[in-house]
Design a protein around this ligand. Structure first.
Ligand code: KIV
Ligand code: ZN
Length: 525
């Protein structure tokens, strides 16, 4: 919804690539259902374009893009493809059901990429740009072309490629800072230069796509907009290759809070940012750093006496935006063991969840079990519980029971029963500490070679009876998966997290190793 002071020329289109560049980073793999849930929320919050995946990369990517395309209500659904015509056709097939669809096709243009990665001469790359855009245009009117490693591309060649891409029908031109190398002034000047020098530049929208290798992704993205770009490619929580991409919540709020110097606007409903951050953190099991801008747990916390005193007198002393403006609600003590199904369903709606009837029923049963153990149930407890429900709904292996003997006398032991595809199995193991004993028991019941890369615990809320949230990352054949488990008992949460990661590995294997065929976006085919 525009207001009278917002003109179309200052409108910045938000292109979310959480499900493509974000999902591509090590350990951030999402299941099919998680991708659908993230896409649904992005669509509801007013993201203009959802880059839903890289369809040629795997059967799983294709299926997710295809399903998201079917379900999207408002957003343009976009798929990524390299320059090969096979890639582009596969991408077109995946996005076909969408009401509005885009093909995003890319090719490297920098000397280092052309020489070493593509092993092609500039004139060959130039011809490929025309061919790839032409092919994409044969499928849809909405075509984005990216000059990969654009910020390290020689200016004359970049301008020639951009002009050719627009002539071939590209409607959006993206100049990515693929390696997170540029700085704000330089990136702004790059857009000004290209827009001035390329004769048909008025026929396309320019786009920024920044990586955070030296911590400048958001600043660079905003500078690109000042230089004339009107699309920002970004991800929730800034997840993405290496150090990540520009964080959607940060670019959106920067333009809102500093509209005096960044006089641009977007169609994103900022009050949904916190919810989106939590959903993506749960789906990827990538914890959000506590001091992360906008969505970090401490982003609106005031600890020092001087700050608290100022806040009590007037919140504007230390707050440049209100917590409510980004969807942070006061932690409220809401539910207890006497709360019924109806109140629980209402609470979920309030927190932004729309569960299917069977998921709601399962979540309610787990809520009741939690309320029996924990006196005070906060919103965060319910979120942890439901996020886990969504993440583990299709797990083949589940914890049935766990008994642990721990303490100073050692060795610590764990007796674990699992449900594996409906079959119940039990074992007992000892270990160097209770967590080690549990993980050994899991290995006995589900033999596997995956390596434990990360084990991390944090409390969902305050208090000694708080739920523990454990993150576990496992890697197998060079691919990593991360999962979370939540429970008032840290050891049970540990078992759930480990099994969550194992379930993700199993689901990948059962897709006929489809994901093993995944291709890194920067590969060339
Ligand atoms: O970082 C990058 O260059 C990309 C392209 C595929 C746009 O992700
Ligand atoms: Zn990227």
């Amino acid at each position: 919804m525009t207001n009278p002071t917002q003109s179309e020329k200052d409108r910045v289109v938000i292109f979310d690539t959480t499900l493509r560049d974000g999902e591509q980073c090590p350990g951030a793999t999402m299941t099919h259902e998680e991708k659908l849930a993230v896409a649904e929320l992005l669509d509801a919050m007013g993201v203009d374009i959802i880059e839903a995946g890289f369809p040629i990369a795997s059967e799983g990517d294709f299926a997710a893009v295809h399903e998201i395309a079917k379900r999207s209500k408002n957003a343009v659904i976009c798929g990524l493809s390299r320059a090969s015509l096979k890639d582009i056709d596969r991408c077109a097939e995946a996005i076909k059901p969408a009401k509005r669809r885009r093909i995003h096709t890319f090719l490297s243009t920098s000397p280092v990429h052309m020489k070493w990665k593509l092993q092609k001469e500039p004139h060959e790359v130039f011809e490929m740009v025309i061919a790839q855009v032409t092919r994409a245009r044969s499928h849809t009117d909405d075509v984005e072309w990216s000059a990969e490693d654009g910020t390290r591309t020689e200016h004359d060649f970049l301008c020639r490629c951009v002009e050719a891409a627009i002539n071939a029908g590209a409607t959006t031109i993206n100049i990515p800072d693929t390696v997170g190398y540029t700085v704000p002034e330089e990136y702004a000047a790059l857009f000004r230069m290209v827009r001035e020098r390329v004769p048909n530049s008025d026929n396309a929208r320019f786009s920024v796509h920044c990586h955070d290798d030296i911590g400048m992704a958001v600043a660079n993205s905003l500078a690109g907009v000042s230089g004339g770009a009107r699309q920002i490619e970004c991800t929730i929580n800034g997840i993405g290759e290496r150090a990540g991409n520009a964080a959607l919540e940060e670019v959106v709020m920067a333009m809102k809070v500093r509209n005096d110097v960044l006089p641009f606007w977007t169609g994103v409903d900022a009050t949904m940012l916190t919810r989106a951050s939590k959903l993506v953190a749960a789906a990827t099991s990538f914890p959000v750093q506590y001091n992360k801008a906008i969505v970090g747990r401490n982003a609106f916390a005031h600890e020092s006496g001087i700050h608290q005193d100022g806040m009590l007198k007037n919140a504007q002393t230390y707050e440049i935006m209100t917590p409510e403006s980004v969807g942070v609600k006061q932690t409220s003590l809401v539910m207890g063991k006497h709360s019924g199904r109806h109140a629980f369903a209402h609470k979920l709606e309030e927190l932004g969840y729309h569960l299917a009837a069977n998921q709601l029923e399962d979540a309610f049963v787990r809520f009741k079990a939690l309320a029996d153990k924990k006196k005070q149930i906060y919103d965060e407890d319910i979120e942890a519980l439901v996020d886990e429900e969504i993440a583990h709904a299709h797990d083949r292996i589940k914890v049935l029971s766990l008994t642990v003997i721990a303490g100073t006398m050692g060795p610590q032991s764990a007796t674990l029963s699992l449900d594996i595809d409906g079959k119940h199995v039990t074992t007992q193991s000892t270990g160097n500490g209770p967590v080690d004993a549990i993980f050994k028991a899991i290995r006995e019941l589900v033999p596997h070679e995956a390596k434990l890369e990360l084990y991390q615990v944090h409390a969902v809320t305050e208090g000694t009876d708080a739920q523990a949230e454990v993150s576990v990352r496992l890697s197998e054949n060079g691919r990593a998966v991360t999962a979370k488990g939540a429970d008032p008992d840290t050891l049970v949460a540990s078992a759930k997290a480990y099994l969550g990661a194992l379930n993700k590995l199993l689901s990948r294997r059962s897709k006929g190793n489809a994901d093993e065929r995944r291709i890194h976006s920067t590969d060339f085919g």
